[in-house]
Design a protein around this ligand. Structure first.
Ligand code: URP
Ligand code: ZN
Ligand code: ZN
Length: 471
């Protein structure tokens, strides 16, 4: 058995902060002990003095290779999972896609093939149900058997992934029957499309209009509707990529009523705003749905409040990068929407800087505690999607997915030092006061001393259990 000792660090979990040495045997954490209180020997010792030892980050919302807007998200499972590892994320849960006219199982198998042998870190799948019908409802059972316990539906993107209320309700009934969680993209896509048409007819074609037509009230409305349908159907509901205070208000009310309603937000909705969508076509870099919101209206601070108060449970990235210009053999993907903002592929890169951004905006700037940082970036996502305590913990028996985080080593986020396969950083020039130092995935060092030691194919598929917040 290969033994690794992480010595002299401060182990920070969702609940505790203790000085402890961590002993790893092969792929698992086997023991924790006070430094100096044991005589453990190891094949390698990593000194973590002055640093935090935390469970590896878990990003439960990524889209490697997602087909969207006539192109594909630019990160493959290979490049995207490697970039995730660089940033201290050791598990991703990506979205397999059932396209219109396809089977659910067929979509799952296609995505399994895309990922197999290509990931640097462990990975699981949610299932996008893009065509709710009798057969898909039956196949939800079958993919549950493969460890896919969450299904994403869309109230947005009519003609692509969109489901109407009846279809949503049917899928929620099915989820309730089989113990699955429904994930919802909650924006009223039908009303948004009317506003898109009207804007284009007025000649308003720049990227900023993406933010102007996708009104926050329409995110609030869709969130309310999703909650009511889920309440009636009896299914747990997880609202993805929440950006609007109106939506958070709905989730807060539902949670106060004791409903199994949960939600995540993403760093882009905490750090960026509608202004970023301005500046001519440069704003295309920031086109994602829901859109970045107006700072003046207070969405960002309200989302931070939600994270503090547990009205929001997790921070994921919705990583879905598209290049601005030709890059690494890819076309200028965002430019597909030059002259028509509605044709800009929706999505932004973010899987790499999540942990550092959340440390900076959350812990360093005094908005959340160190424990809460670990909870929203790792432990809660693990529990929400049936991976705890294999993932999301530093405890005997857990996978040795560990990040050593240096709270005193600042760095500047830039396209020049990132590893995502995309030609810009949405956070260019942002200084973070702490940074990822060392990353282990199932006991194997994948990042150390600014170097990558990971291996394509090391990552394994993770069949997942039920939502652990639901009784
Ligand atoms: O703009 C986004 N969010 N692109 C990815 C697809 C989705 O809706 O999550
Ligand atoms: Zn979405
Ligand atoms: Zn997404």
């Amino acid at each position: 058995m290969a033994r690794t000792l992480i010595a002299n660090g401060t182990v920070v979990t969702a609940t505790d902060q203790v000085s402890a040495d961590v002993l790893i045997a092969d792929e698992k954490v086997v023991a924790l002990a006070t430094p100096g209180s044991h005589d453990w020997s190891a094949d390698q010792t990593i000194d973590a003095s002055g640093k935090y030892v935390i469970p590896g980050g878990i990003d439960v919302h990524t889209h490697m290779e997602l087909p969207f807007g006539g192109t594909f998200a630019s990160d493959t499972f290979e490049t995207g999972s490697r970039a995730a590892a660089w940033g201290g994320t050791t598990t991703i849960v990506d979205f397999a896609v059932q396209a219109k006219g396809q089977g659910v199982m067929e979509g799952f198998e296609t995505w399994m093939e895309k990922a197999a042998g290509n990931c640097a870190i462990d990975y699981g799948f949610h299932m996008i149900v893009g065509d709710v019908n009798e057969q898909s409802l039956k196949e939800m059972d079958a993919v549950m058997g493969e460890g896919v316990t969450s299904f994403k539906l869309f109230m947005a993107y009519p003609g692509v992934f969109y489901s109407n209320d009846g279809e949503i309700f049917r899928a929620m009934q099915k989820a309730s029957e089989i113990g699955a969680t429904i994930m919802m993209h909650a924006e009223n896509g039908i009303a948004i499309d009317v506003l898109v048409e009207q804007a284009l007819q007025r000649g308003e074609t720049d990227p900023v209009n993406h933010g102007l037509v996708r009104k926050s009230i329409l995110e609030g409305e869709a969130t309310h509707r999703a909650i009511k349908l889920a309440e009636l159907a009896g299914s747990p509901l997880y609202i993805v990529h929440m950006s609007a205070l109106e939506a958070l208000e709905e989730v807060t009310i539902a949670r106060d009523q004791g409903l199994d309603v949960f939600a995540e937000t993403c760093p882009q909705y905490l750090f960026l705003g509608l202004d970023d969508l301005g500046n001519g076509f440069e704003g295309a870099k920031y086109v994602a749905s829901p859109p970045l919101r107006d700072w003046e209206a207070g969405h960002q601070e309200e989302l931070w409040r939600g994270l503090r108060s547990n009205d929001l449970q997790a921070v994921s990235t919705d990583h879905c990068p598209f290049c601005m210009d030709e890059f690494d053999g890819l076309i200028a993907q965002k430019r597909l929407g030059e002259g028509d903002f509605s044709k800009i592929p929706n999505g932004m890169p973010g899987v790499e800087p999540r942990l550092e951004l959340m440390y900076e905006g959350g812990v360093a700037q005094g908005r959340i505690s160190l424990n809460r940082w670990v909870e929203i970036c790792s432990t809660a996502p693990a529990k929400m999607f049936g991976l705890y305590p294999q993932k999301g913990a530093v405890a005997p028996g857990s996978d040795a997915d560990i990040v050593i985080f240096d709270p005193n080593k600042s760095r500047v986020i830039s396209v020049d030092n990132q590893h995502m396969r995309v030609d810009y950083s949405a956070y260019e020039g942002t200084e973070v006061s702490g940074s990822v130092d060392t990353v282990l995935s199932r006991g194997r060092v994948v990042v150390a001393n600014g170097e990558y030691h990971g291996e394509t194919g090391h990552g394994r598929y993770l069949p997942r259990g039920h939502n652990q917040y639901v009784l």
